[in-house]
Design a protein around this ligand. Structure first.
Ligand SMILES: C[S@@+](CC[C@H](N)C(=O)[O-])C[C@H]1O[C@@H](n2cnc3c(N)ncnc32)[C@H](O)[C@@H]1O
Length: 254
């Protein structure tokens, strides 16, 4: 996760900013998780007021929430101006670096929502607690992100090839929730998703395209990648390469 000193906020934001124009073309997983989180929110009695999408990117989650709750506007907050420029016209945006904490708003938010952004911040467990504490009393925090336990095939291929696994190291679910009072936890659910493709390269390409490719250890040599791809586990029947994600959905109430 981004708490590692080798991964700087500037590098993360530059990488996403550079990918902003092509982000939506490769963010199918992010889009479906954003809709799933908005679906979770649709059942909650969230008061009208300030609703914010933290690390909004191009606005997948904010768009899903605005369509789920007609008439409710979502403030789209991101550290990348290029990402914020990709919003639909008529939306509200705020440029802010979340590694410095939340900005101060004239009112406390009724909803803080975030999809696939928390794991890019330093100390995600602390951020989660701070986000909960920033809510209005009775307000809601709805977050989804990939967690440890993702990418077992990548790790196995690296072990077998004798190469380093250069996947981003992700937050651990129990650690993330360790500082959250249990009474606040309304949903704590992990979803396992396995993607398949003819070649493992095709499974990793969306990370490059969306800018989600900054990792703690840097990349491998061309020969290293070739060895790793040869060792990548395939589906027993089709032989297709697989990449599994463990995606946490958390809903907290203040
Ligand atoms: C994988 S994208 C997710 C975007 C969107 N939530 C979605 O689901 O498609 C991660 C987003 O987090 C933003 N981000 C990363 N670090 C940030 C920081 N320190 N402050 C604000 N935004 C940040 C990036 O600019 C990027 O837009």
């Amino acid at each position: 996760m981004a708490s590692d000193p080798l991964i700087s906020t500037g590098r993360v934001l530059d990488s996403f900013g550079g990918a902003a124009d092509r982000y939506n073309s490769a963010a199918g997983l992010q889009q479906s998780m954003a809709w799933r989180l908005a679906g979770n929110c649709s059942r909650l009695p969230i008061e009208k007021g300030l609703w914010v999408d933290l690390g909004s990117g191009t606005g997948c989650l904010a768009d899903a929430l605005e369509q789920t709750f007609p008439g409710q506007m979502i403030l789209r907050l991101d550290g990348s101006i290029a990402m914020l420029r990709r919003q639909r016209t008529g939306t509200r945006t705020q440029l802010h670096d979340l590694s410095r904490g939340l900005p101060s708003w004239p009112e406390r938010p009724q909803l803080l929502a975030s999809s696939f952004a928390l794991h890019w911040l330093p100390d995600p467990a602390l951020k989660l607690r701070q986000w909960l504490e920033a809510l209005s009393f009775g307000g809601w925090l709805a977050v989804t992100l990939p967690v440890q336990g993702s990418f077992p095939e990548w790790q196995r291929a690296a072990d077998q090839a004798g190469e380093r696994c250069s996947a981003l190291s992700l937050p651990e679910r129990t650690e993330l929730l360790s500082a959250i009072p249990s009474a606040a936890i309304q949903l704590d659910h992990c979803l396992n998703i396995t993607q398949t493709a003819a070649h493992p390269k095709d499974l990793l390409k969306p990370m490059l395209t969306t800018g989600a490719c900054v990792t703690q250890g840097g990349g491998l040599s061309t020969a290293g990648w070739r060895k790793l791809f040869r060792a990548w586990p395939g589906d027993a029947e089709t032989g297709d390469a697989m990449l599994s994600w463990r995606i946490l959905f958390v809903i907290l109430k203040r």
